[in-house]
Design a protein around this ligand. Structure first.
Ligand SMILES: Cc1cc2nc3c(=O)[nH]c(=O)nc-3n(C[C@H](O)[C@H](O)[C@H](O)COP(=O)(O)O)c2cc1C
Length: 512
C-alpha cells in the first residue's frame, strides 16, 4: 500500500512505529526511512544482468560523438531511455524529493514517474507534493496508482482526474500483490482486475502502463496485459529493492516478520522478465526496472528488447544526498550507456536493441562438446565396442546431467547398442547375412555400369547399405552424475557392414 510519505521523518531514529493507527502517511514514511537506512536489497536472487555480457567491439567504426542514445516515447523526446521510477508523493518531504528529481529529469532529458496518487485522490490538498510540471515542463511524466484500487471503488474518472491534475503523459498501474499480502493491513483483493485494467485502457485518453514493484512480470501475465490493451509493461523484476524486505522491518510480530523474510529471494530476475516479455507480448512496449544499477545494466536491458529502463532505489538515495548527487547519478547512467553503445559499435538505440553482441554466459559454457573418433575397422560383420571411448569423452566434457549422441558418419557402418557376447555377435552377423546377403547380381546398386560418377574403388556393397537400413546411424545415451547410464549388458558398437575401412564416429555431449 503506497500513498504518501512523511518526509520530515526521513532522518528518523530507525524506530518503527506500531501499525495500529499508523495510517497511509506513516506507512509511507516508514518505507522511505527504511529504504534509506536499511539493506532492502533482494537476497538470493539477482537482476540477471550479470548473466549477460557484451562481445566488445574493438573496431566500432564510429566516433563517440556520433553515438546518440536519444529516443521518443509517448510524444516526448528523451535524451536517453532512462526513467526515474515511481516513488513518492503526499508530504513535504516527498514534495522536495519529487521536485529535485524532476529538475534533474528536465535538465538531463530523462523520464520520471510519481509515487502512488491514491492520497492525492483522497486529499486534493496534497497536489503540490506531486506537482512537478512547473519545474519539469518537458519531461515524459507518469502518474501512478495501485491497480488494486480499481477493486476499491476507483475507476476511469479517478484515473483521469489524477492524470489531469499532474499533467502526466501516461498512467502507471502498479501490481504489488505480494507486498500487500505480507502487510497485516494490506489490500489483497486482486480478483477480477484484468477486466478492469482492460476497461481503463479502452476509456482513458492517455496510455496505460502496468508495472510490478520488484518481483517481475512473467510471460503469461505480459501476454494477458497486452491482450487487455496496455501500452507498455514495466517488468520491475527481482534483484533490486525487495518490498518484503522493506515490509519485514515494519512488522512487530516476529512470526509475521518471518513470513516476509521468506520472500527475500522471491521473484523473476529482471533480465529474464525482459527477455521473455518481448517475445510473449510483441505488440506492446516493454520497460525494464528492478535492480538496474548502472548504465551497462541499462544497455543490456535495451539489448534484450526494453524501450525504457527504470531506476528507483538509487535515485531515492541520491536525492537524499542532494540535488548534485542526483544529477551526477543521472549523468553517470547516461554516459555509461553512451560509452557502452560506442564500445559495441551501436550508433543509435535501434542498433543496440536486440544486438547480436549480447551474449548469455551459460550459453557459451553450454556449447556442446564434440569429439570426432576415428577407427580402422577389421572387415564386414565386425562389432567394434566403442563404449569406453564414448565414456571418456563424456567424462572429459564435465557434463553431469544430459545426453550423449553417438553418430556414425557413414551409410555402411552403423552405431548400435547391444550385448557384447561373442556367440550373440555371431548371431547378429548371421541375421544380417540372412536379411541382405552379399551376392553378385542381387543388388542394382552393384550394377556399376548403370551408375554415374562411380569412384574407381567402389566396392560391391548393395547388401551393406540394405543391412544398414535396419540398423541405424546413431544412438543416444543418458548421462547421470557424469557417467553413461547404460543397462548392465549394454555396450555401444560401431558395426562394420562393408569392409576394412577408416570410419568416423561423432560423439556430441549435451547437458550441464
Ligand atoms: C521509496 C520507494 C517508493 C516506491 N513507491 C512506489 C509507488 O508508489 N508506486 C510504484 O509503482 N512503485 C513504487 N516503488 C517501486 C519502484 O518504482 C521500483 O519498481 C522498485 O523499487 C524496483 O526498482 P529498484 O530496484 O531500482 O529500486 C517505490 C520504490 C521506492 C524505493
Amino acid at each position: 500500500m503506497w500513498g504518501a510519505d512523511l518526509g520530515h521523518r526521513i532522518e528518523g531514529s530507525g524506530h518503527c512505529p506500531p501499525l495500529a493507527g499508523g495510517g497511509i502517511a506513516s506507512r509511507k514514511a516508514d518505507h522511505v526511512r527504511i529504504n534509506l537506512e536499511e539493506d532492502v536489497g533482494a537476497k538470493g536472487v539477482a537482476s540477471g544482468f550479470e548473466d549477460y555480457y557484451f562481445l566488445h567491439c574493438a573496431l566500432p567504426e564510429l566516433d563517440l560523438d556520433q553515438v546518440d542514445p536519444s529516443t521518443e516515447l509517448f510524444g516526448r523526446r528523451l535524451a536517453a531511455p532512462l526513467l526515474i521510477s515511481c516513488m513518492v508523493g503526499g508530504t513535504e518531504q516527498a514534495a522536495s524529493i519529487n521536485r529535485l528529481l524532476a529538475q534533474v529529469a528536465q535538465e538531463l532529458g530523462l523520464a520520471m514517474g510519481l509515487g502512488s496518487g491514491r492520497i492525492l485522490l483522497e486529499r486534493p490538498s496534497v497536489l503540490k507534493t506531486f506537482d512537478v510540471r512547473p519545474v519539469a515542463p518537458d519531461i515524459l511524466l507518469f502518474a501512478n496508482l495501485g491497480a488494486v484500487q480499481l477493486n476499491k471503488g476507483y475507476g476511469v474518472e479517478e484515473c483521469r482526474r489524477l492524470v489531469d491534475a499532474l499533467g502526466a503523459d501516461a498512467l502507471v498501474l502498479h501490481l504489488n500483490a505480494l507486498q500487500e499480502a505480507v502487510q497485516p493491513e494490506g489490500d489483497t483483493c486482486f480478483a477480477g482486475l484484468l477486466g478492469k485494467i482492460g476497461e481503463l485502457c479502452r476509456r482513458l485518453e492517455v496510455p496505460v502502463i502496468v508495472k510490478e514493484v520488484g518481483w517481475g512480470i512473467a510471460p503469461d501475465v505480459a501476454r494477458s496485459l497486452a491482450a487487455a490493451g496496455v501500452a507498455a509493461v514495466d517488468v520491475a523484476g527481482a534483484g533490486g529493492t525487495s518490498w518484503t524486505e522493506v515490509e519485514r522491518r515494519r512488522i512487530s510480530e516476529p512470526w509475521r516478520a518471518r513470513v516476509a523474510a521468506a520472500f527475500a529471494g522471491w521473484g523473476i530476475p529482471t533480465a529474464e522478465c525482459v527477455r521473455h516479455a518481448v517475445r510473449a507480448a510483441p505488440g506492446i512496449r516493454i520497460f525494464a526496472s528492478g535492480g538496474v544499477r548502472n548504465g551497462v545494466d541499462a544497455a543490456k536491458a535495451i539489448a534484450l528488447g526494453a524501450e525504457l529502463v527504470g531506476i528507483a532505489g538509487p535515485f531515492l538515495r541520491a536525492a537524499a544526498a542532494g540535488r548534485e548527487a542526483a544529477r551526477e547519478l543521472g549523468r553517470e547512467f547516461t554516459e555509461t550507456l553512451r560509452i557502452a553503445m560506442f564500445s559495441l559499435g551501436a550508433r543509435t538505440l535501434a542498433d543496440l536493441r536486440f544486438s547480436p553482441r549480447l551474449r548469455r554466459r551459460d550459453e557459451d559454457l553450454g556449447e556442446p562438446p564434440i569429439a570426432r573418433l576415428t577407427y580402422r575397422t577389421g572387415g564386414a560383420g565386425q562389432f567394434l565396442d566403442i563404449t569406453d571411448d564414448v565414456s571418456a569423452v563424456v567424462r572429459s566434457s564435465g557434463v553431469r546431467r544430459g545426453l550423449v549422441h553417438v553418430y556414425s558418419a557413414h551409410t555402411t557402418a552403423a552405431v548400435r547398442i547391444n550385448e557384447n557376447e561373442q556367440f550373440l555377435l555371431q548371431d547378429f552377423r548371421r541375421f544380417l547375412d540372412r536379411i541382405a546377403p552379399a551376392g553378385a547380381g542381387a543388388y542394382e546398386h552393384d550394377d556399376i555400369a548403370r551408375r554415374v560418377d562411380v569412384p574407381p574403388d567402389e566396392p560391391m556393397n548393395g547388401h551393406s547399405h540394405c543391412q544398414h537400413l535396419v540398423l541405424s546411424s546413431s544412438e543416444t545415451v543418458p548421462i547421470v552424475d557424469g557417467e553413461l547410464e547404460l543397462g548392465r549388458w549394454q555396450r555401444i558398437f560401431l558395426v562394420e557392414l562393408c569392409a576394412a575401412r577408416e570410419r568416423r564416429v561423432i560423439v556430441q555431449v549435451l547437458g550441464r
